[in-house]
Design a protein. Sequence first.
Length: 398
Amino acid sequence: MKIQIKIQSATRWSYFQWFLLGFYWLQNEGKIKVNIDVPFLQKIGLWNHNNFLSRCGNRILQSIYGDKPLLLGEAIFDDKVVKFAIDSSDAPFLFDRQALKAVDVYFKMQCPKEFPAEGFHLADDVIIPWTDYAFAHGKPDEYVGKTPKGKRKDFVDFEKYIPKIHPLMIGPRRLAPGNDFYQLRKGYENIIQSKRLKKDKEVMCYFGNAKGPGRSEGVTLDTIDYDWEKDIMGLYPMLNHPNEKRAVMRDIIQKLPNSDARIINDGNSDAGSANHPELVVPLKDFGAYVAQFKYNVNVSGYRMSIPNRFIDSFSVGTSIITDDLKIKWYQPFAPEEVIEIGQMGYEPMERVDWQQVEGKMKTLPEQHPDVVEELFNKKWRPDVVAQYMLDTLMSAKG
């Protein structure tokens, strides 16, 4: 059977590099053929991201297409075409209704563990309804980056589209400046080469900010944009942002022997450059930095998202310690990969059992980097995730 993966639209190329590499990898093995058949302006984004023309092209792309979080494509089999989308948004409750209606398979990078009818449980007392990307008072194709923020459309018939939704995973921040097979593979090799380093340190954390983004004033259920963090915090004043828990975790880790806890900005998130530049680890050195540690600590990100630090850690044999997850990847995490230590996220500070958290941090099990590395090769490597996507598309073919 001849199989072609045709990519027809994408603007956030760096978000999809892990999957692009996987498809190229399978093509290199003779299993599929990859065809990038996107509009000319989108092709500019495939060029070197440090190139002046590429940067200008990306700005033009956003002005035309908006900051659209989707990659759209199709798998062409001998006798059938299966349309698919990859949704890179950090918000597990936001979906593109147009895409869901049009495609056969909708891969969600930040996929909720469950789909209760009432919506996504951001916290015990806060449920966010399933929501369309499109603005309530705009055209269906108007996205953040192209139009002013505002209320999104309610996704009233969401339930009937759930069978199309499939969990994916989150790759690293950026594999390479460009998106051809050679650059992506070289970036991948640079990441995994650090796995050979000795793990002579215990626990680390590396967070961007110690506070949330602030709170919008006067926001109501009729005006809230659930893809805008300040709106969420403004509508629900009882919540404490996950970044505030990251600050507490830093203080806990600093008490542990042979560990390193870093927050590079003590202020609000999205506030600009680090006010602790001495703590910044350059991206080119980050894999080697993480590889020294047995454990890397996470607190769920915006909208309870799983951040890049999961794959940053797995790729070098480091395990993750995290608050209780509400997001799933396409395969479950093994106990050797991920240890959950209790609710944090957006919960009010007084509801977090910090005594339990600190107790678990002091009694961590023996870490097994060889097992984490083996599981990475079996589950998360680019060619493996690409094969999962291909198998899912083939199943949808019928």
